[in-house]
Design a protein around this ligand. Structure first.
Ligand SMILES: C[S@@+](CC[C@H](N)C(=O)[O-])C[C@H]1O[C@@H](n2cnc3c(N)ncnc32)[C@H](O)[C@@H]1O
Length: 267
Protein backbone atom coordinates (compact mmCIF):
# COMPACT_ATOMS: atom_id res chain seq x y z
CA UNK A 1 0.00 0.00 0.00
CA UNK A 2 3.10 2.15 -0.29
CA UNK A 3 1.72 3.97 -3.33
CA UNK A 4 -1.76 4.75 -2.02
CA UNK A 5 -2.44 8.46 -2.63
CA UNK A 6 -3.57 10.71 0.24
CA UNK A 7 -6.76 11.39 -1.72
CA UNK A 8 -8.45 9.43 -4.53
CA UNK A 9 -8.54 12.51 -6.71
CA UNK A 10 -4.77 12.17 -7.18
CA UNK A 11 -5.38 9.24 -9.53
CA UNK A 12 -6.36 11.91 -12.06
CA UNK A 13 -3.06 13.68 -11.70
CA UNK A 14 -0.08 12.97 -14.00
CA UNK A 15 2.32 14.11 -11.25
CA UNK A 16 0.99 11.37 -8.99
CA UNK A 17 1.68 8.71 -11.65
CA UNK A 18 5.14 10.10 -12.47
CA UNK A 19 6.07 10.07 -8.79
CA UNK A 20 4.74 6.55 -8.34
CA UNK A 21 6.48 5.15 -11.43
CA UNK A 22 9.86 6.54 -10.29
CA UNK A 23 10.07 3.73 -7.74
CA UNK A 24 7.32 1.20 -8.44
CA UNK A 25 8.52 -1.64 -10.68
CA UNK A 26 5.24 -3.21 -11.65
CA UNK A 27 1.60 -3.24 -10.61
CA UNK A 28 -1.29 -5.07 -12.18
CA UNK A 29 -4.73 -3.48 -11.82
CA UNK A 30 -7.67 -5.92 -11.85
CA UNK A 31 -5.49 -9.00 -12.32
CA UNK A 32 -2.96 -10.11 -14.88
CA UNK A 33 -3.38 -11.45 -18.44
CA UNK A 34 -3.98 -15.05 -17.30
CA UNK A 35 -7.20 -13.98 -15.55
CA UNK A 36 -8.92 -12.80 -18.76
CA UNK A 37 -6.78 -14.35 -21.51
CA UNK A 38 -9.69 -16.62 -22.52
CA UNK A 39 -11.85 -13.52 -23.19
CA UNK A 40 -9.17 -11.52 -25.01
CA UNK A 41 -8.43 -14.46 -27.31
CA UNK A 42 -12.09 -14.52 -28.38
CA UNK A 43 -12.04 -10.85 -29.35
CA UNK A 44 -8.48 -9.98 -30.39
CA UNK A 45 -6.61 -11.79 -33.16
CA UNK A 46 -2.85 -12.22 -32.64
CA UNK A 47 -2.11 -10.46 -35.97
CA UNK A 48 -4.24 -7.43 -35.14
CA UNK A 49 -2.87 -3.98 -34.50
CA UNK A 50 -3.51 -3.15 -30.82
CA UNK A 51 -3.33 0.18 -28.99
CA UNK A 52 -2.88 -0.07 -25.19
CA UNK A 53 -4.31 3.08 -23.64
CA UNK A 54 -2.74 4.07 -20.28
CA UNK A 55 -0.37 1.07 -20.19
CA UNK A 56 1.18 1.90 -16.80
CA UNK A 57 3.90 -0.50 -15.59
CA UNK A 58 1.64 -3.54 -16.07
CA UNK A 59 3.07 -6.62 -17.82
CA UNK A 60 -0.10 -7.05 -19.93
CA UNK A 61 1.48 -6.08 -23.27
CA UNK A 62 4.52 -8.27 -22.66
CA UNK A 63 2.30 -11.21 -21.64
CA UNK A 64 0.24 -10.73 -24.80
CA UNK A 65 3.44 -10.63 -26.85
CA UNK A 66 4.53 -13.91 -25.19
CA UNK A 67 1.13 -15.35 -26.13
CA UNK A 68 1.75 -14.53 -29.82
CA UNK A 69 0.41 -10.97 -30.30
CA UNK A 70 2.55 -9.25 -32.90
CA UNK A 71 1.82 -5.52 -32.73
CA UNK A 72 1.06 -3.56 -29.57
CA UNK A 73 1.51 0.22 -29.34
CA UNK A 74 1.53 1.38 -25.72
CA UNK A 75 0.71 4.91 -24.62
CA UNK A 76 0.63 6.59 -21.24
CA UNK A 77 0.76 10.26 -20.28
CA UNK A 78 3.41 9.55 -17.63
CA UNK A 79 6.80 10.13 -19.25
CA UNK A 80 8.50 8.30 -16.35
CA UNK A 81 6.39 5.21 -17.07
CA UNK A 82 6.98 5.27 -20.82
CA UNK A 83 10.76 5.69 -20.48
CA UNK A 84 11.14 2.82 -18.04
CA UNK A 85 8.84 0.48 -20.00
CA UNK A 86 10.67 1.25 -23.27
CA UNK A 87 13.97 0.42 -21.54
CA UNK A 88 12.59 -2.75 -19.91
CA UNK A 89 11.24 -4.16 -23.17
CA UNK A 90 13.78 -2.71 -25.60
CA UNK A 91 14.39 -6.15 -27.09
CA UNK A 92 10.74 -6.65 -28.12
CA UNK A 93 10.29 -5.00 -31.51
CA UNK A 94 6.58 -5.91 -31.40
CA UNK A 95 6.03 -3.52 -28.49
CA UNK A 96 6.35 0.25 -28.88
CA UNK A 97 6.05 2.90 -26.14
CA UNK A 98 4.90 6.50 -26.54
CA UNK A 99 4.18 9.30 -24.12
CA UNK A 100 0.70 10.53 -25.13
CA UNK A 101 -2.53 11.77 -23.60
CA UNK A 102 -5.51 9.49 -24.28
CA UNK A 103 -7.61 12.60 -24.93
CA UNK A 104 -5.39 13.73 -27.80
CA UNK A 105 -4.06 10.72 -29.65
CA UNK A 106 -1.49 11.59 -32.28
CA UNK A 107 -2.32 8.73 -34.66
CA UNK A 108 -3.88 8.89 -38.09
CA UNK A 109 -7.47 7.73 -38.52
CA UNK A 110 -8.40 4.07 -38.61
CA UNK A 111 -5.04 2.49 -37.79
CA UNK A 112 -5.94 0.14 -34.94
CA UNK A 113 -8.05 -3.02 -34.94
CA UNK A 114 -8.32 -2.92 -31.17
CA UNK A 115 -7.97 -0.26 -28.49
CA UNK A 116 -7.54 -1.82 -25.05
CA UNK A 117 -7.64 -0.08 -21.69
CA UNK A 118 -7.37 -1.55 -18.20
CA UNK A 119 -8.13 0.82 -15.35
CA UNK A 120 -7.34 3.97 -17.35
CA UNK A 121 -10.92 5.24 -17.59
CA UNK A 122 -11.42 4.28 -13.94
CA UNK A 123 -8.45 6.49 -13.01
CA UNK A 124 -10.03 9.34 -14.98
CA UNK A 125 -13.40 8.92 -13.27
CA UNK A 126 -12.20 8.92 -9.64
CA UNK A 127 -13.94 12.15 -8.75
CA UNK A 128 -17.36 10.69 -9.47
CA UNK A 129 -19.36 10.37 -6.26
CA UNK A 130 -22.65 8.99 -7.60
CA UNK A 131 -22.30 6.01 -9.98
CA UNK A 132 -25.98 6.35 -10.98
CA UNK A 133 -25.54 9.88 -12.16
CA UNK A 134 -22.60 10.76 -14.35
CA UNK A 135 -21.45 14.33 -13.77
CA UNK A 136 -21.21 16.68 -16.75
CA UNK A 137 -17.44 16.97 -16.17
CA UNK A 138 -16.88 13.21 -16.25
CA UNK A 139 -19.17 12.80 -19.27
CA UNK A 140 -17.13 15.42 -21.17
CA UNK A 141 -13.82 13.82 -20.21
CA UNK A 142 -14.93 10.38 -21.24
CA UNK A 143 -16.45 11.75 -24.41
CA UNK A 144 -13.04 13.23 -25.36
CA UNK A 145 -11.40 9.82 -25.02
CA UNK A 146 -14.19 7.84 -26.66
CA UNK A 147 -14.34 10.20 -29.61
CA UNK A 148 -10.64 9.68 -30.15
CA UNK A 149 -11.13 5.95 -30.00
CA UNK A 150 -14.17 5.47 -32.09
CA UNK A 151 -15.40 7.60 -34.91
CA UNK A 152 -16.19 10.92 -36.42
CA UNK A 153 -18.35 13.28 -34.40
CA UNK A 154 -21.50 13.76 -36.45
CA UNK A 155 -22.79 16.20 -33.84
CA UNK A 156 -20.50 18.83 -35.33
CA UNK A 157 -21.95 18.41 -38.81
CA UNK A 158 -25.32 20.03 -38.09
CA UNK A 159 -27.18 17.61 -40.32
CA UNK A 160 -30.94 17.29 -40.44
CA UNK A 161 -32.52 14.13 -39.02
CA UNK A 162 -33.05 12.96 -42.62
CA UNK A 163 -29.40 13.13 -43.66
CA UNK A 164 -27.74 12.11 -40.41
CA UNK A 165 -28.34 8.30 -40.61
CA UNK A 166 -27.47 8.21 -44.32
CA UNK A 167 -24.22 10.10 -43.87
CA UNK A 168 -23.20 8.20 -40.77
CA UNK A 169 -23.82 4.97 -42.60
CA UNK A 170 -21.83 5.68 -45.74
CA UNK A 171 -19.07 8.05 -44.67
CA UNK A 172 -16.96 6.03 -42.33
CA UNK A 173 -14.60 8.74 -41.19
CA UNK A 174 -12.82 7.07 -38.30
CA UNK A 175 -10.55 8.14 -35.60
CA UNK A 176 -7.97 5.61 -34.46
CA UNK A 177 -10.22 2.54 -34.59
CA UNK A 178 -10.82 0.81 -37.93
CA UNK A 179 -14.40 0.08 -39.00
CA UNK A 180 -15.32 -3.19 -37.27
CA UNK A 181 -12.59 -2.50 -34.70
CA UNK A 182 -13.14 -3.08 -31.00
CA UNK A 183 -12.68 -0.92 -27.94
CA UNK A 184 -12.02 -3.25 -25.00
CA UNK A 185 -12.39 -1.86 -21.53
CA UNK A 186 -11.30 -3.78 -18.42
CA UNK A 187 -12.68 -2.32 -15.20
CA UNK A 188 -14.20 -2.95 -11.79
CA UNK A 189 -17.31 -1.00 -12.90
CA UNK A 190 -20.43 -3.16 -13.05
CA UNK A 191 -22.64 -3.09 -16.17
CA UNK A 192 -25.48 -1.14 -14.54
CA UNK A 193 -23.00 1.69 -13.93
CA UNK A 194 -20.59 1.53 -16.86
CA UNK A 195 -23.17 0.89 -19.58
CA UNK A 196 -24.65 4.27 -18.74
CA UNK A 197 -21.50 5.78 -20.23
CA UNK A 198 -21.08 3.49 -23.20
CA UNK A 199 -24.70 3.24 -24.43
CA UNK A 200 -24.72 6.09 -26.95
CA UNK A 201 -25.89 5.69 -30.54
CA UNK A 202 -23.42 8.40 -31.62
CA UNK A 203 -20.47 6.12 -30.76
CA UNK A 204 -21.79 3.71 -33.40
CA UNK A 205 -20.92 0.55 -31.49
CA UNK A 206 -22.50 -2.50 -29.88
CA UNK A 207 -21.82 -3.41 -26.25
CA UNK A 208 -21.02 -6.87 -24.90
CA UNK A 209 -19.73 -7.55 -21.44
CA UNK A 210 -18.15 -10.44 -19.55
CA UNK A 211 -16.85 -10.93 -16.07
CA UNK A 212 -13.84 -12.72 -14.63
CA UNK A 213 -12.30 -13.27 -11.20
CA UNK A 214 -13.49 -15.50 -8.38
CA UNK A 215 -13.74 -13.71 -5.05
CA UNK A 216 -14.18 -10.28 -6.65
CA UNK A 217 -15.63 -9.82 -10.13
CA UNK A 218 -14.04 -7.58 -12.73
CA UNK A 219 -15.62 -6.72 -16.07
CA UNK A 220 -14.45 -6.77 -19.65
CA UNK A 221 -16.50 -4.74 -22.13
CA UNK A 222 -16.22 -5.26 -25.87
CA UNK A 223 -17.56 -2.36 -27.92
CA UNK A 224 -17.62 -3.17 -31.63
CA UNK A 225 -17.57 -0.26 -33.99
CA UNK A 226 -20.21 -0.19 -36.73
CA UNK A 227 -22.57 -2.71 -35.09
CA UNK A 228 -24.92 -0.27 -33.33
CA UNK A 229 -26.66 -0.63 -29.98
CA UNK A 230 -28.93 -3.59 -29.18
CA UNK A 231 -32.64 -2.70 -28.65
CA UNK A 232 -32.08 -2.99 -24.84
CA UNK A 233 -29.07 -0.67 -24.89
CA UNK A 234 -30.89 1.78 -27.19
CA UNK A 235 -33.77 1.76 -24.67
CA UNK A 236 -31.26 2.42 -21.87
CA UNK A 237 -29.94 5.44 -23.78
CA UNK A 238 -33.49 6.77 -24.27
CA UNK A 239 -34.23 6.32 -20.57
CA UNK A 240 -31.03 8.14 -19.61
CA UNK A 241 -31.85 11.02 -21.95
CA UNK A 242 -35.33 11.27 -20.43
CA UNK A 243 -33.80 11.29 -16.93
CA UNK A 244 -31.39 14.06 -17.95
CA UNK A 245 -34.21 16.13 -19.44
CA UNK A 246 -36.37 15.56 -16.36
CA UNK A 247 -33.59 16.63 -13.99
CA UNK A 248 -32.94 19.74 -16.14
CA UNK A 249 -36.65 20.58 -15.82
CA UNK A 250 -36.44 20.00 -12.05
CA UNK A 251 -33.58 22.46 -11.81
CA UNK A 252 -35.60 25.03 -13.82
CA UNK A 253 -38.57 24.59 -11.46
CA UNK A 254 -36.27 24.98 -8.46
CA UNK A 255 -34.86 28.18 -9.92
CA UNK A 256 -38.37 29.54 -10.48
CA UNK A 257 -39.38 28.46 -6.96
CA UNK A 258 -36.42 30.17 -5.36
CA UNK A 259 -37.08 33.36 -7.36
CA UNK A 260 -40.70 33.29 -6.16
CA UNK A 261 -39.49 32.72 -2.63
CA UNK A 262 -37.18 35.75 -2.88
CA UNK A 263 -40.06 37.85 -4.33
CA UNK A 264 -42.41 36.67 -1.59
CA UNK A 265 -40.10 37.68 1.22
CA UNK A 266 -39.67 41.05 -0.48
CA UNK A 267 -35.99 40.89 -1.42
C1 LIG B 1 -5.04 2.52 -12.91
S1 LIG B 1 -3.59 2.71 -13.88
C2 LIG B 1 -3.71 1.29 -14.94
C3 LIG B 1 -2.37 0.88 -15.52
C4 LIG B 1 -2.40 -0.38 -16.38
N1 LIG B 1 -3.28 -0.24 -17.52
C5 LIG B 1 -2.77 -1.62 -15.59
O1 LIG B 1 -3.68 -2.31 -16.00
O2 LIG B 1 -2.14 -1.91 -14.58
C6 LIG B 1 -4.07 4.05 -14.95
C7 LIG B 1 -2.99 4.45 -15.94
O3 LIG B 1 -3.58 5.38 -16.85
C8 LIG B 1 -2.66 6.42 -17.11
N2 LIG B 1 -3.48 7.60 -17.51
C9 LIG B 1 -4.41 8.26 -16.78
N3 LIG B 1 -4.95 9.27 -17.49
C10 LIG B 1 -4.35 9.23 -18.72
C11 LIG B 1 -4.47 10.01 -19.89
N4 LIG B 1 -5.31 11.05 -19.96
N5 LIG B 1 -3.74 9.68 -20.96
C12 LIG B 1 -2.87 8.63 -20.91
N6 LIG B 1 -2.69 7.87 -19.82
C13 LIG B 1 -3.43 8.15 -18.73
C14 LIG B 1 -1.90 6.61 -15.79
O4 LIG B 1 -0.65 7.23 -15.97
C15 LIG B 1 -1.78 5.15 -15.34
O5 LIG B 1 -0.60 4.57 -15.85
Amino acid sequence: MEYLPDSNTRYKDVDYWNERYRTEESFEWFGDFTKFEHLLKQHVGTEENVLMLGCGNSALSYDMYQAGYTSITNVDYSSVCVESMAERYKDCAQLSWLCMDARRLAFPDGVFDVVLEKGTLDAMLVEETDPWKVSEKAAQLLHQVLLEVRTFDFEGLQLSEFWRPLVSRYIKVSRVLKPGGRFISVTFAQPHFRKRLYARAKYDWSIKHYHYGSSFHYFLYVLTKGEGLSPEDAALERRLLEETEASATDVKFQEVDSEDFLNNIGL
